[in-house]
Design a protein around this ligand. Sequence first.
Ligand code: FES
Ligand code: FES
Length: 156
Amino acid sequence: MRVTFTVNGREQRADDVWEGESLLYVLRERMGLPGSKNACEQGECGSCTVRLDGVPVCACLVAAGQAEGRDVVTVEGLAGDGLSAVQQAFVDAGAVQCGFCTPGLLVAADDLLEQNPSPSDADIREGLSGNLCRCTGYEKILDAVRLAAARRGEGA
Ligand code: FES
Ligand code: FES
């Protein structure tokens, strides 16, 4: 089947998509967007997080056909001319080690700060609770989100 949907503001199309093919597979393998990572393919790790009509979802659990006519934002869509504020904060806070979890965390953190520009630590933990990281111990990720929130508050 053919699927057509908007990705990061551009209409994209993929042909010969199998009914069981995931949105994650189509993004990575058919649309040339490998930013969303494939770690567990079971909805457990959050490394494949994208926004579907604005809502964070695990792209590995969404059938590509479910995205038909809808709006998808991947980690590639967060950056403008340079890194987004959240991306820059992850760099500055040293919140990236192997980086495998990072795209999903960035999408989740971006959504969190959009919904709640001044999150408490509990809010951040809750907002990122679907995203697993094997490397950082999470502290620097918390630091990064705090930093991004503070910079947004300052209008930076
Ligand atoms: S790859 Fe989708 S949740 Fe782990
Ligand atoms: S930085 Fe390696 S899994 Fe998070």
